[in-house]
Every structure is written in C-alpha cells, then in structure tokens.
Design a protein around this ligand. Structure first.
Ligand code: PMP
Length: 291
C-alpha cells in the first residue's frame, strides 16, 4: 500500500508522522472518508468543499489548493490500483509542542490512504440492522459544530461502544434537545406513509454527501422528502428506516431500541432508493466532475 504524506508516497511501514503532531496529541485536525467506484472518486468536489469548511472552522490552513488535493487523491487511488474502495483524507494541524498552542504548529500535514473497503457484512444489507439509542449525545453547536469533521470523534466512538455493548453494530445519537441526530458514522432516514424524512442540519448532524445524493435520487424518483426534526417515537412508528454514509452506502434498519420497524424487513422505498443509488454510483451518473 502506498500512503501519501505531504507531497510524497510511502510504503505502509514507512508512512509515519511525528508523535508531537497535534492531530495525535489533541485530535486537532480534519478528515474525510470517500468512496471510489470503478477507480473514480465519488463526489470528490463535495468532499473537498466539506474538508475545506471543516478546516476553516478550526483555522487550519490546508497547504494545498483543492486542485492539488484532488490530484493527490486521484493519484493515490490509481497508484494503489483501487477500483472499488475507500479513501481516507486527513489534514492534521502538524507538529507543535506538548502545549495547546495552535500557532506553534506551522506545517499542517496531509495524509491520504486508499484501501479496499470492509463494509458491513453483505447479509446485513438483506436482513437490516438492529440499532439502539446511545446515551452519549451528538456534538452540538454550542461546542464544536457537528458540521466539522474533526479528528476528535470521541462522542461518536463512545456511542458506537454503547451500541456494541448492546449487541448492535450501530447506535443512534440524539442531539442535546433529545431529537434524532444521526448514527455514529451515518445519517438516518425514515419512511412513513410513503414520505421520506431525515433530520435537517439544525438537528446537529454532519451533512452527509451520501444523504444529499439520496435526497436527490428520491426527488428524481418522485418520492416526497422532508428535512425535519424527528423524535424517537417518529422512528419507532416509521414504516421503514435506513442509514446512509460513504462507507455503508445505504443500509436498512429493522429494529430500534427493541422496537421492530415496519414489517421487520427492509422496506420497498429503501430498496428502490438503494437500487438507484447503486446504479448511479457505478455509472457515476450523479457524480460531479472532479476538479
Ligand atoms: N454522520 C457522521 C457522524 C459521519 O461520520 C458520516 C461519515 N462517515 C456521515 C454522517 C455520512 O456522511 P457521508 O455520506 O458524507 O459519508
């Protein structure tokens, strides 16, 4: 595996960054998780825009232009001969001292890892996930904006651990108002009486690129969709539920907090959306042109 670090490609065993990098010491950095289909990165421009927005929030100056970053990403994908795979793009604040002073970190580091992807097991796409609500609340706007995809994912990691302790592969996170936010690494959708709903950005979510693609597909298929605040009861009483993310794509949920959702099997709207999503990612139909 060839890993890109700030202008050079290294074998995995030589791909190293300093222990004084604030990315390690403080989770001080930003990242993106992207998908490649047939060797082409899906919605690269949107991922770069989100990365730049995250970095702006944290006042990290990304030392490349978006064009240069796109080139480095595409080259890393090609070099590793990734056809269908996953790309992790990281920008750390760089080496500093043991203190918090960000201004001492003069050289943000860029890391790009392209790998084959371990999705959820295939059978879970057919049977659907069983998830639970975590006690750990999603980041809120009074602290670090959930729109910032920072290297500090500890809320989400703790929620994921809670999910695992309950025997579930994913966990649902609420915002500090008790509304549905999203899962630990995926956005959530429900379907009720044919209408698709997903929490809006004011519900303390990361605005997922897959989520937005699914909203576009739903509109194309003539499925009514709303971005709205949702309660746990809305989820429990939904006909269908599914999650979206670059890694997971679109995965059905059939049980939440012990309540069976709909028939307890992946629903028809979920299946239609998944099928269409599969088509257009493979044909790259909806992918915006890489810069
Ligand atoms: N929410 C969170 C918290 C995430 O980390 C992610 C990405 N894994 C998503 C939602 C989904 O975003 P995307 O579709 O852009 O991968």
């Amino acid at each position: 595996m060839k890993i890109y670090i700030s202008g050079e490609w290294f074998d995995q065993e030589n791909a190293k960054i300093s222990v004084l990098d604030h990315g390690l010491l403080y989770g001080d950095g930003v990242f993106e998780g992207l998908r490649a289909y047939s060797g082409v990165v899906f919605r690269l421009q949107e991922h770069l825009d989100r990365l730049w927005n995250s970095a702006k929030g944290l006042m990290i100056d990304i030392p490349l232009s978006k064009e240069q970053m796109a080139e480095a990403v595409n080259k890393t994908v090609a070099m590793n001969e990734i056809s269908d795979g996953y790309v992790r793009l990281i920008v750390t604040r760089g080496v500093g001292t043991l203190g918090l002073d960000a201004h001492l970190c003069k050289n943000p580091q860029v890391i790009i890892i392209a790998a084959h992807l371990a999705l959820y097991p295939k059978e879970l796409y057919e049977t659907g996930l069983d998830i639970v609500t975590a006690a750990t609340v999603r980041n809120n706007n009074c602290a670090l904006s959930p729109q910032i995809k920072s290297l500090n994912y500890l809320n989400n990691i703790m929620a994921k651990i809670e999910g695992h302790l309950a025997g579930c592969a994913e966990a649902l996170m609420l915002n500090s108002k008790g509304e549905i936010a999203e899962c630990t690494g995926d956005n959530i959708f429900i379907v009720k009486s044919g209408v698709l709903s997903t929490p809006g950005t004011d519900s303390c979510i990361l605005e997922g690129i897959t989520r937005n693609a699914v909203l576009e597909i739903a509109a194309e298929l003539g499925i009514l969709c709303r971005e709205t605040s949702l309660t746990r009861q809305d989820v429990y009483s939904a006909d269908e539920c599914f999650l979206t993310g670059s890694g997971a794509e679109l995965i059905p949920v059939v049980k939440v907090d012990g309540r069976t959702i709909g028939t307890g099997k992946p629903g028809e709207v979920t299946k239609r959306l998944h099928e269409r999503f599969h088509q257009f990612t493979r044909n790259n139909g909806y992918a915006t042109k890489n810069p």
